[in-house]
Design a protein around this ligand. Structure first.
Ligand SMILES: C[S@@+](CC[C@H](N)C(=O)[O-])C[C@H]1O[C@@H](n2cnc3c(N)ncnc32)[C@H](O)[C@@H]1O
Length: 254
């Protein structure tokens, strides 16, 4: 799907924070080969580059818009346009890292063992994915779609349960990895401005829905979703909106 790096990075601080927390748990001093899968505009890849200056760092993404932004930010990284589902590193890597991308790919029961196979012995698979797909910001997107005259067109574009429970990933990875650590964290984002949750999702899950609608239908759909999320996450007296957001983390050592 086409991405809008500027809209995505409007909340860049909050979106990069889990990458910082994930990277802090990777127990490697000097990996030689590091891949960032679904690197987007390179906001997390920059952290990998800075932590391991001697490593060969590669960012992989399927979006040309995101990679254009990434290339401009770091010429000292290799940027590769590819689909994670079929892409493979030339040889097993020391670090396979992915922040906020793998929930866009289906069939995790196949994907995660395939990712484990891309990690060299002693290397690390480190993954973070949003995990709040039963929270109002997402269920209300489904509700807005159900109400829409374009329901049939939009429904197949909705993410449905893309992320499993922690034990699912533990069971998938344990046969391949010698140490598997899985945890979840709820971040409490303090957002400012009008309709900040609608603006947040416009940089991610809402975007494919808006793109699929005729131009004239985008604003009405956007306002209906904004109205629904405003009621679920009311703006506070000080003008801020609290947005609890759950994320699932995996650090697995081969
Ligand atoms: C939400 S952004 C995450 C960006 C960045 N990793 C970060 O830490 O903020 C998700 C990225 O995953 C990429 N992506 C989604 N599915 C993909 C696939 N099958 N193959 C490659 N990239 C994919 C998108 O193009 C997008 O740039």
């Amino acid at each position: 799907m086409p991405w809008d790096p500027a809209q995505y990075l409007r909340f860049g601080g909050y979106r990069t924070r889990p990458a910082i927390d994930l990277l802090a748990r990777v127990p490697l001093a000097a990996p030689r080969t590091v891949y960032d899968l679904g690197c987007g505009p390179g906001n997390a890849t920059r952290l990998l580059r800075e932590r391991w200056p001697a490593a060969h760092v590669t960012g992989v993404d399927a979006s040309e818009e995101m990679l254009t932004r990434a290339r401009a930010s770091r010429p000292d990284v290799d940027w590769v346009l590819a689909d994670i589902a079929s892409w493979r590193p030339p040889r097993p890597a020391d670090v396979v890292f992915s922040n906020a991308a793998l929930h866009w790919l289906g069939d995790h029961a196949r994907l995660f063992p395939a990712l484990a196979a891309q990690v060299a012995p002693g290397g690390v698979l480190a993954v973070q994915m949003p995990d709040g797909f039963h929270d109002p910001w997402h269920t209300l997107m489904h509700e807005a779609v159900r109400e829409s005259p374009y329901r049939e067109k939009l429904e197949p574009l909705l993410l449905v349960d893309p992320v499993g429970p922690p034990s699912f990933y533990f069971d998938l990875l344990s046969p391949h990895m010698r140490d598997v650590d899985v945890w979840t964290t709820i971040y409490l984002h303090v957002l400012e401005g009008g309709d900040p949750i609608m603006e947040w999702t416009k940089g991610s899950a809402l975007k494919p829905l808006l793109d699929a609608l005729p131009e004239s239908e985008r604003a009405p759909f956007e306002s209906r979703y904004a109205e629904l999320v405003r009621a679920a996450y009311p703006r506070r007296a000080d003008g801020t909106t609290l947005f609890p957001f759950q994320r699932l983390f995996i650090v697995a050592v081969r």
